[in-house]
Write a protein that binds this ligand. Structure first.
Ligand code: SAM
Length: 286
């Protein structure tokens, strides 16, 4: 089955004289069961406006169009537009925006294109823009959920618990704004060309309320990024990279006043502890 699908996609691409671009993160899904499962995992239905990033030849787009009220797909590669005209011709709830998703005003796009529909994101993301794309989608603050196919290792990092090797500043960012869960894995042979690594579908429901109270969000993230700046050092030493003006003794005192061990490493702290620490640092800096 997948073999026939692969041949059909290759024939389509050859007919349009299309060549894959590595720099655009082009790995297209060839087994229809996979985009079907991703669309299912997104929970898209007729009440949703779905933003897709990188439709490629439309493997996931068509599955989304069968379920959602509307699908707007942002595609960077203009060579794919005539192909999408052909493959998506049957769907009148589909449109393409020819652009770099990282340069778009996403809240404006959602306002203009989705009317009263509930906006969600579903995409097989180009691997090279995973972090900036997820950051922009979260910071847009207009999507109810994100369902994305990304590298398994990145998905594991985003879901990682404090104290594990995979846990880092981006895990905290993701878990502060969303509730991420790993849905299923997708092996390299499900794509052309085959990526070197295994992929995974991550579904992240946006939180309606922050999971912890913080006096100042920007300050909270300044604390988080400083805490992970020197991973192999203690939290106090790592904090010196951004809060050096307070001095090491004062930082150690603040860390202890938050109920933490003076020699703790940043990677041990959960959201609650980061919230306490950032509020204490903010107060100390005045
Ligand atoms: N959705 C298709 C599929 O699953 O078979 C293709 C996914 S492929 C991993 C990534 C797609 O994103 C490609 O079509 C690529 O041209 C497009 N793309 C890459 N960078 C982009 C960007 N900055 N903005 C929008 N699309 C981009």
């Amino acid at each position: 089955m997948a073999q026939n699908e692969q041949q059909a996609i290759e024939a389509l691409l050859a007919r349009h004289g299309f060549h894959f671009s590595k720099s655009k993160g082009q790995n297209f899904l060839i087994d229809r069961a996979v985009p079907r499962a991703i669309a299912e995992a997104s929970g898209a239905d007729e009440t949703n406006g779905v933003l897709e990033i990188g439709p490629g030849v439309g493997a996931l787009s068509s599955e989304l169009c069968r379920r959602a009220g509307r699908v707007v797909a942002v595609e960077l590669d203009t060579a794919l537009l005539p192909i999408l005209d052909e493959t998506m011709a049957d769907f009148d709830n589909f449109s393409v925006v020819s652009a770099d998703v990282l340069k778009l005003d996403l809240p404006a796009l959602v306002r203009e294109r989705f009317g009263g529909l509930t906006p969600i994101v579903c995409a097989n993301l180009p691997y090279n823009i995973t972090t900036p794309a997820l950051t922009a989608l979260i910071e847009a603050k207009c999507f109810e959920s994100l369902t994305v196919l990304i590298q398994r290792e990145v998905a594991q990092r985003l879901c990682a618990a404090p104290g594990t090797a995979a846990y880092g500043a981006f895990s905290v960012f993701m878990q502060y704004y969303t509730e991420p869960e790993l849905c299923f894995e997708v092996p390299p042979e499900k794509f052309i060309p085959r990526p070197k690594v295994t992929s995974a579908v991550l579904r992240a429901e946006m939180r309606r309320e922050p999971p912890v109270a913080v006096a100042d969000e920007a300050y909270f993230f300044r604390t988080v990024y400083a805490a992970f700046a020197l991973r192999r050092k203690t939290l106090v030493n790592s904090l010196m990279t951004a809060f050096g003006a307070l001095g090491k003794d004062k930082l150690a005192q603040l860390v202890v006043s938050c109920g933490l061990d003076a020699n703790v490493r940043g990677e041990r702290l959960g959201l609650e502890e980061f919230a306490r620490l950032s509020d204490a640092l903010r107060e100390a800096e005045g």
